[in-house]
Design a protein around this ligand. Structure first.
Ligand SMILES: Cc1ncc(C[n+]2csc(CCOP(=O)(O)OP(=O)(O)O)c2C)c(N)n1
Length: 605
């Protein structure tokens, strides 16, 4: 553990504890390390509830944790004292949840976050909701007041399972020291298996502090959790026939393709049969964007050619996507000529937003393999591919960069992309900069675009960069942030400095909340209420105050060198780039509009 927790003794079960850090209760547990001799391939013997929690994490292979200390979670931290796990102490619990989420997105395994009861737990909520919307694997462990105080408005008591029920895949109140390890193992397995998502275990302090000689075995989901693997052969046959007869087929890859590690199967289906591919935003990287068949991502700020293809295709093969409204615009006008094959592991997604003519429920990789086996004849797609190429030529992704205007943000993204390897991980805040980072960086590998998609959480970018760097220390990590988003979690710079993390944050500084200003220009007659900052901090100086490196770029000439320097500098770097504050994100499909009615300039809205 990199950050030793306090070694204060723990309270016992049933004792009336004062669970504040300053006044720990008397020790009556064996707070020693897990007895290595008691660890067998099948089970780990423990001495306390807290040790059982740590043993369960070890059994699940979860060795990187993000958290913030506090009274009710202290026994768990104490049990971590001699554990091998790496703990990254975050400045704020929301950031711990985002870091765990990004760790989960990069590795495919649950990221773990820890928080104390009350405000610690409630601070996690935004991060859990974010992970829930994007089906990212996260395991949250929260301290809770001792069981005899539950329901008595005890100090720092919150009904954590109640508060987090709507934003977790599953959550647990662990009331028994003998089974708490099993519960944590189950929560870890639930986060990882089937449709992934966040889970939470609430850990009363007397339970983690109590003695137990329980053994902790392999993590397992309950027998009732039985995600389908294969789709029915009959349904696959029907979908394959539709695929063969399609004249204008289009594959739509969602985040589920990446989560299921199904990118090879997807690429095989597309390339074997010459079928163009578009992605959702969470699906960015599911298919290489530099491939001829790739139309990049679709939706509100997706490419004109992807949206045109969606509008004109006669068969849409949606894989691991929930067809959210940012993708579809108005569902009545979405893919109006298409039959829909929908591959998803979660039956609840089938026909939730878009009617599925061919629902195929199962694991994305398995079902794509089934489909590939069942398709005997490629559809005739030459004319359709030519049409898609025409759209690519008609609606290129470009921007004007007049030399007398401040730097265009798209240029910053392009320069950073050119200066970094293909496996670089990009994280973002939420707003215009997020869209430019999605549009002007060419993603060729899965798990490289780490963003807050469904919830759209400003402040996600920096803690996500910390989580991504912890997950992949050998890879470059770059965060594109807005000044508004950065101001929401910039305190986490202290963490990046302490952990000596090489990461670069580009603050695309337009001195305001640009996406809001863009909507005010488009839909509120240009009335700029609470969207422009009359003053913003000097972000380079702020970075220096945290002990990071601060850079500033204001001209096209100096930017490439500033980017190179930032990438070469050890430790975290913040580059404050003063971009054109009037720049807008295009194309844009107005909310609820038809996907082919995209605006290319403000005048089209
Ligand atoms: C936590 C949170 N609060 C409010 C919003 C609403 N919102 C969406 S985009 C945006 C502007 C973001 O500004 P900034 O981070 O500076 O990025 P920019 O759009 O300027 O690139 C706002 C306020 C949000 N998405 N998240």
């Amino acid at each position: 553990m990199t950050d030793p927790g306090p070694v204060a003794p723990q309270s016992t079960a049933g004792e009336s504890p004062d669970h504040e850090p300053d006044a720990p209760a008397e020790d009556s547990t064996d707070a020693g390390a897990t007895d290595a001799d008691a660890t067998t391939p099948d089970a780990t013997t423990t001495h306390s509830g807290a040790e059982a929690v740590v043993a369960a994490l070890e059994r699940a292979g979860l060795d990187t944790l993000f958290g913030v200390q506090g009274g009710a979670i202290m026994p768990v931290y104490d049990a971590l004292h001699d554990a091998d796990a790496r703990h990254v102490t975050m400045a704020h619990e929301q950031a711990a949840a985002h870091a765990a989420d990004a760790y989960g997105q990069v590795t495919g395994e649950p990221g773990v976050c820890l928080a104390t009861s009350g405000p610690g737990a409630t601070n996690l909520v935004t991060g859990l909701a974010d992970a829930d919307m994007d089906s990212d694997p996260v395991l949250a462990l929260t301290g809770q007041v001792p069981t005899d105080l539950v329901g008595r408005d005890a100090f720092q008591e919150t009904d954590t399972t109640g508060v987090t029920t709507p934003v977790t895949k599953a959550n647990y109140f662990a009331g028994d020291p003998d089974t708490v390890g099993e519960t944590v193992g189950e929560a870890a397995a639930m986060a990882a298996e089937g449709r992934q998502g966040p889970t939470l275990v609430d850990l009363p302090k007397d339970v983690t502090g109590a003695e137990t000689d329980a053994t902790v075995g392999e993590p397992a989901t309950p027998s009732t959790h039985d995600p389908p693997e294969r789709a029915s052969d009959e349904r696959v046959a029907g979908a394959a026939a539709a695929f063969e007869r399609a004249e204008r087929p289009l594959i739509l890859a969602g985040g589920g393709v990446i989560a299921a590690e199904a990118t090879d199967q997807l690429a095989e289906l597309a390339t074997d049969h010459g079928v163009p591919v578009t992605t959702t935003m969470p699906g960015i990287g599911a298919f290489p964007e530099d491939h001829d068949l790739c139309l990049s991502w679709a939706g509100m700020h997706g490419t004109g050619y992807a949206n045109a293809a969606i509008n004109h295709c006669d068969l849409l093969v949606g894989v691991g996507t929930r067809f959210d409204d940012r993708l579809t615009g108005g569902v009545d006008t979405f893919a109006p000529d298409a039959e829909v094959i929908h591959v998803d592991i979660d039956p609840a997604e089938i026909s939730k937003n878009v009617h599925a003519d061919y629902p195929l429920v199962g694991d994305a990789g398995t079902v794509l393999g089934q489909l590939a086996d069942a398709v005997e004849q490629s559809p005739e797609t030459a004319a359709w591919r030519e049409q898609c190429a025409d759209w690519k030529a008609s609606y290129p992704m470009d921007y004007a960069a007049p030399p007398d205007r401040p730097i265009k943000p798209q240029f910053v993204v392009e320069v950073a992309d050119a200066a970094t390897p293909d496996d670089t991980i990009v994280t973002t805040g939420v707003g215009q900069h997020q869209m430019w980072a999605g549009q002007y960086w060419t993603y060729t590998e899965p798990r490289t675009f780490v963003s807050s998609h469904g919830l759209g959480t400003m402040g996600y970018g920096l803690p996500a960069a910390i989580g991504a760097k912890a997950a992949a220390p050998e890879r470059d990590v770059v965060c594109f942030d807005g000044d508004g988003s950065f101001l929401m979690t910039c305190q986490e710079l202290s963490v990046a400095v302490r952990e000596q993390m090489d990461l670069v944050v580009f603050v695309l500084n337009n001195e305001g909340v640009g996406m809001v200003r863009q909507w005010q220009d488009g839909f509120y007659d240009g009335r700029h209420v609470a969207s422009e900052y009359p003053w913003v901090p000097d972000f380079a100086a702020l970075a220096e105050a945290f002990g990071a490196t601060g850079e500033r770029a204001t001209t096209y000439e100096e930017l490439p060198e500033t980017v190179e320097t930032a990438l070469e500098t050890d430790g975290p770097v913040v580059v404050d780039v003063h971009i054109d504050p009037d720049e807008n994100v295009f194309p844009m499909v107005p909310s609820g509009g038809a996907n082919d009615q995209f605006a290319l300039t403000g005048g089209h809205l």
